[in-house]
Ligand binder design. Structure first.
Ligand SMILES: *Cc1c(COP(=O)(O)O)cnc(C)c1O
Length: 429
């Protein structure tokens, strides 16, 4: 058991496990009855108070939520029965902006509550989009320094410049290895006593509750907007399926917490690229992590998803309960490209490689009477070269993305050996 403050500031539970919220409050029926009348921010504030309301005063929480959601997560119809929940309208054009912005603001709130007790250091491993979201979420936040660890040569140029060009309180560390090496450096750092005596460390990976829970906000919003969209049909006649392109499983985990809070979603689909250990778990009941492999949807190249343990625990370790609510899908790079090309030709909608897995899983998996919403987890322009090559057409780069590309790259080279990383951190003031 821990307070929210401790779970946020420490990030990783002391027994090396993950913090879980102790209770999940159900939201009242009236909330869902009237949800379509509410704004995204108001919906989010209601959800946030159910999660965090006992640990933060409500006025501060409301400010925090409103400030986090300075952008919308709109729902777009792609074709009959398939909707895209566009999560890329934030500063770094990926869904991780929501969790990262909320977490930065919550951490700052707790640091202020504690008074000045020295700098807090946030360590974050990234396979691409986490680093930029976290770095930008924390940029210029006083009392916090962020170290972003990323695998050398494995993130796109555009992704890289979103966290290597910022300066100020952000340090980018280029690790000679893969994402899993970055993640284990971060985990080892938290477990290292000497390092923890030397500096105050916290995690901003999707293992941090303050980062993954706020992602539930937009699923409630999606439900609200679907209610309006489908107002000509009784929603109960149409059953909503949510499909989440998944890597570390933080995003879908938040959706599942939302479901536990009463969000009326019929079932969920976790769409994977070739890194499909969760898919295998669904089929066999055995969880066998393995090294990640590189794919077109690189933010999902995860061989041992951190949040698997949380999902497992949420359903009491029951494979039967898990498979009755969640199904899986797995796609090769070839299928991802085919899907992007076809969707563009048939509907004009431009998918990014991650969203393509989600869209495809709905195309293949929706049953009679169901209507599907997939998360479009990043703007296609973040993967400009790949997307343009596949769809054979040029795409526009949004202004806020172009701005990053003008900056100068600054990063620290690092081996994947923990001793090297530890020495480096010990040498920081
Ligand atoms: C991080 C990321 C994912 C995977 O999300 P998880 O919460 O790790 O499952 C999918 N798509 C994009 C674009 C991402 O950045």
């Amino acid at each position: 058991m821990a307070t929210l403050e401790k779970a946020v500031v420490k990030g990783l539970a002391e027994d090396k496990g993950l913090y879980m919220p102790e209770r999940i409050h159900k939201l009242p029926k009236e909330f869902f009855d009237n949800i379509q009348e509410m704004s995204f921010q108001d919906i989010a504030y209601n959800v946030a108070s159910a999660f965090f309301g006992e640990d933060i005063d409500l006025d501060s929480l409301q400010d925090l939520v409103y400030d986090t959601l300075s952008f919308d997560c709109p729902l777009k119809k792609v074709e009959d029965n398939i909707y895209s929940l566009e999560l890329f309208h934030g500063p770094t054009l990926a869904f991780k902006d929501v969790g990262a912005r909320f977490m930065a603001r919550l951490l700052q709130y707790f640091i202020r509550q504690e008074g000045d007790k020295g700098e807090v250091n946030v360590l974050v491993a990234t396979s691409g989009d986490t680093g930029s979201a976290v770095a930008n979420g924390f940029l210029g936040v006083e009392g916090i320094h962020v170290y972003v660890l990323y695998p050398k040569g494995k993130v796109s140029k555009i992704q890289e410049c979103q966290f290597t060009t910022l300066g100020q309180n952000i340090t980018a560390i280029e690790v000679d290895g893969v994402f899993d090496d970055c993640q284990s450096l971060v985990k080892s750092a938290f477990m290292d006593e000497e390092l923890n005596r030397h500096m105050k460390l916290t995690s901003a990976n999707s293992i941090n509750v303050a980062r993954f829970l706020p992602q539930a906000f937009y699923y409630f919003n999606a439900y609200a907007r679907m209610k309006t969209e489908l107002s000509d049909i009784r929603l109960s006649d149409r059953q909503i399926v949510i499909c989440v392109p998944s890597g570390n499983f933080g995003n879908i985990c938040a959706a599942l917490f939302g479901h536990e809070m009463g969000l009326p979603i019929k079932r969920f689909i976790a769409a994977n690229n070739a890194n499909d250990v969760f898919y295998d778990y669904l089929q066999t009941g055995k969880y066998s992590p393995r090294p990640s492999i590189q794919t077109l949807a690189n933010a999902m190249d995860v061989g041992d998803p951190s949040n698997f343990a949380r999902i497992y625990e949420l359903y009491g370790g029951s494979h039967e309960r898990i498979t009755s609510l969640i199904s899986g899908a797995t796609y090769s790079d070839q299928t991802i490209s085919d899907t992007m090309r076809r969707c563009y030709e048939e509907t004009g909608y431009i998918l990014d490689p991650h969203g393509a897995c989600g869209y495809r899983a709905l195309k293949e998996g929706l049953k009679e009477g169901e209507v599907g919403v997939f998360c479009e987890t990043a703007h296609p322009a973040k993967f400009k070269d790949v997307v343009e090559r596949i769809i054979g057409s040029e795409i526009e780069i949004p202004e806020r993305l172009a701005a990053f590309m003008k900056g100068k790259k600054q990063s620290v080279g690092m081996s994947k050996n923990f001793e090297d990383f530890k020495q480096y951190l010990l040498n920081q003031k």
